[in-house]
Write a protein that binds this ligand. Sequence first.
Ligand code: SF4
Ligand code: SF4
Ligand code: SF4
Length: 270
Amino acid sequence: MAEKPRIAFFDFACCEGCQLTVLGLGEPLLKLLERVEVVTWREAMSERSDDFDIAFVEGSITRDSDIPRLRRIREQAKVLVALGTCATLGGPHVSANNCDRGELLRLVYGGEGAQFEAGEVRPLSAVVQVDAFIHGCPINGDEFLTVANHLLLGKAYHPPSRPVCHECKLNQYECVLDRGQICLGPVTRGGCDAICTSRGSQCFGCRGLVDDPNLNAAREVLAEHGYTVSDIIGMFDIYSLRSPAAAEARETARQDRGAIEKGAEPWRSR
Ligand code: SF4
Ligand code: SF4
Ligand code: SF4
């Protein structure tokens, strides 16, 4: 890499909130900018260059016409970082993959829908190799800085694999399940310091499922509060629709529904 690594930001289908999170970092961002040269960042500057070392790429791939641009970024970048859950998992609009595309286009654009290209919603890794993942909708600014520091030191970054419950309990936040709200914290990847539950909101799973989520333990926690996996299945699909673990959860919910219809308590039988 050049003496000062050259950094570029790019975006595909998304709300650009993760780039905004980086822009809003304040003093820590100014310190980082002493160590790098930002050469492209549409949200922050008008200059641009195709000569960069590290690419932070936000957004998901929703159109085949996006693919050549992403591949060009990949060819140029020594390191490509997926920035935010749209880029790492597909983002909230990944749930559109559950719907008929033509019907969705008609719903949103009426008779004009047919002119728009809208394909399967995919994370970046479905198209190119990704070197580091920063999950979150939006990302956690501190984690962005941690990843940037790792890259500048030439170290690999591995996102946390502990669930949000771990951070929630460490902070001694009140469990929202006790207040009658359903929460995905038991199976969602931590690293956000349980920011939503700190403010009394449930976790919607925006950082995706933890590696190897313990669905049986989650069912027990839910069952203790009178819920089943079926009750939360739609929440899994908001961010983790493409994940094999989410497919497993759907299958678990299907089995539970069958067992409940027969009068069993499925969470007690495994
Ligand atoms: S991950 Fe969320 S905040 Fe970030 S760009 Fe996508 S929709 Fe916006
Ligand atoms: S279920 Fe939700 S609110 Fe309860 S401890 Fe886990 S993350 Fe916190
Ligand atoms: S608590 Fe859940 S929804 Fe909120 S930021 Fe963390 S992972 Fe995302």
